[in-house]
Write a protein that binds this ligand. Structure first.
Ligand SMILES: *Cc1c(COP(=O)(O)O)cnc(C)c1O
Length: 482
């Protein structure tokens, strides 16, 4: 909650920081945006950043650093082994999570790689509130199976459930009874559940999952990449924690888990990642993989400058005035779209605003990738780059058939401390225009479909010729405007 109320009775977020370094942006005319998206195979991952006005693809590694982070980078101690920088980061993580052991990795998915190598054997299963793309790939590549146990509210687009990332605890009990605890590689609790709209889970739910895990001897692993948002939501939405210090919430969560891993491209506003635990044996067993895949144990593929930035960034994560910026701006973005009738995921989560492509483009079949088409159309309409999170982001089933996604979302991520309210207002305006002309937009089909993580670098083309019709309508409505 913004701590400032306004005389006018309006509500809008207020930053508790000022901007002291800027980067100029360009907004290309729509005809050039059409050329750019065609060159990118209608895949926003393949756009060149120079052709993008507002980059809302992700919040990974693109959050703005603070003056204190930049200053800390200058004090980095560069050594292959045993640098003071690593010791500072390690000490900070021990303090932050209340843990003892830390394995550095170059980013979140590298930590997932090491965890999967350690825990996953062919035929084992990983239960999770909801899967994440890279995590699932690591698990299935080693012959493991991923089972999602998110409470049904998690996959309802419109909801007033404040913890849509919660696990259906009864379903977890049933799964243990059916499959046997010994067949679980681990349970994965993803904070700020990414693929269903950055939705949090409650401390109470984590406690319930932890109880079952510990009773049954199933290791509980937390993906803390999006922890900052989840902390803010626990603080503001879970009555038990309303008066708690943010750090006490972190410690209570960490204490319920056996292993925690994170992408420091998100947590800590830097670039890197790692695994922490209090289990010495586990630490020693996983340790072997770090020098093999990541780098020596005191950097794990991270630069010392980034490690210094993360150390300070973790401190800032415990400051409510710092971690509220993302959720408050996202809530504003979602509310402004909702007011105009644009279908969005509610309640607003962390990470970004999520547009419901299933309803926005309800005339496009899921086999023609409505959220992919919407991502391309929003880029055309505005120069804003979002990310498809729907059927296109799924892997095909082993028999080659499509795995149809529960939700078709266009994610418009808000990197922390990067965009202004007027830029968000512009995005809302153009998306509203597109919504008013949504019948023009059709689906996409493959030109080149890679077998693995196809959404990253696959190329597509429109079904029909809707892109040209959209450009013509834009010119008719906006004249010479960019
Ligand atoms: C981004 C993300 C990852 C992967 O982290 P990278 O640093 O991008 O490899 C894993 N889990 C979640 C929940 C994420 O949001």
């Amino acid at each position: 909650m913004s701590k400032v109320t306004y005389f006018s009775g309006e509500t809008f977020p207020l930053e508790m920081h000022k901007v002291r370094i800027i980067q100029k942006l360009t907004l290309l005319p729509i005809e050039e945006r059409l050329r750019a998206i065609e060159e990118a195979g209608y895949n926003t991952f393949l756009l060149q950043n120079k052709d993008v006005f507002l980059d809302m693809l992700t919040d990974s590694g693109v959050n703005a650093m603070s003056d204190r982070q930049q200053a800390a980078m200058l004090t980095a101690d560069d050594a292959y082994a045993g640098s003071a920088t690593f010791a500072r980061l390690h000490a900070k993580l021990n303090d932050f999570f209340g843990t003892r052991y830390f394995l550095p990795a170059h980013q979140g998915r590298a930590a997932e790689h090491i965890l999967a190598k350690h825990f996953v054997k062919p035929g084992t299963l990983v239960a999770t509130n909801y899967h994440f793309t890279t995590t699932k790939q690591h698990i299935t590549a080693l012959g493991g199976e991923v089972v999602e146990l998110v409470d049904h509210a998690g996959v309802e687009v419109v909801s007033d459930n404040r913890f849509k990332g919660n696990v259906d605890v009864a379903a977890f009990e049933r799964l243990v009874a059916e499959r046997g605890a010994a067949n679980f590689a681990f349970f994965r609790m993803e904070a700020g559940t990414n693929l269903i709209g950055g939705q949090p889970y409650s401390l109470a739910n984590l406690r319930a999952v932890s109880e079952i895990c510990h009773r049954e001897g199933i290791p509980l692993v937390m993906d803390a990449s999006l922890l900052a948002d989840n902390l803010y939501f626990i603080k503001t939405r879970e009555p038990e924690c309303a008066d708690w210090d943010i750090h006490d919430i972190v410690l209570a969560m960490a204490n319920l888990c056996d292993v925690i891993y994170f992408s420091a491209r998100k947590l800590g506003f830097g670039r890197g990642g790692g695994i922490v635990t209090n289990d010495q044996a586990l630490y020693e067993q996983m340790r072997a993989w770090v020098p093999m895949y990541e780098g020596f144990l005191t950097y794990g593929g991270m630069s010392v400058r980034e490690m210094e930035a993360i150390t300070v960034g973790l401190d800032e994560t415990l400051d409510e005035d710092m971690i509220n910026q993302g959720p408050l701006f996202i809530a504003h973005f979602v509310t402004e779209m909702d007011k105009r009738g644009i279908p969005v995921v509610t309640p607003p989560g962390g990470l970004g605003a999520h547009v419901d492509a299933m309803r926005f483009l309800d005339h496009v079949d899921q086999r023609q990738y409505p959220s992919g088409a919407l991502a391309a159309a929003v880029y055309l309409a505005s120069g804003v780059r979002g990310m498809e999170r729907g059927t296109l982001s799924e892997q095909r089933e082993p028999d080659g058939s499509e795995r149809i996604s529960d939700m078709e979302l266009l994610r418009l991520a808000l990197p922390r401390r990067v965009f202004t309210l007027s830029q968000i207002q512009y995005a809302v305006d153009r998306i509203f225009w597109l919504y008013s002309n949504r019948q023009i937009v059709g689906g996409l089909k493959w030109v080149e479909e890679p077998e693995i993580l196809r959404f990253f670098y696959g190329r597509l083309t429109p079904v029909g010729d809707w892109q040209h019709e959209l450009v013509a309508k834009f010119r008719e409505d906006f004249g010479d405007s960019l």
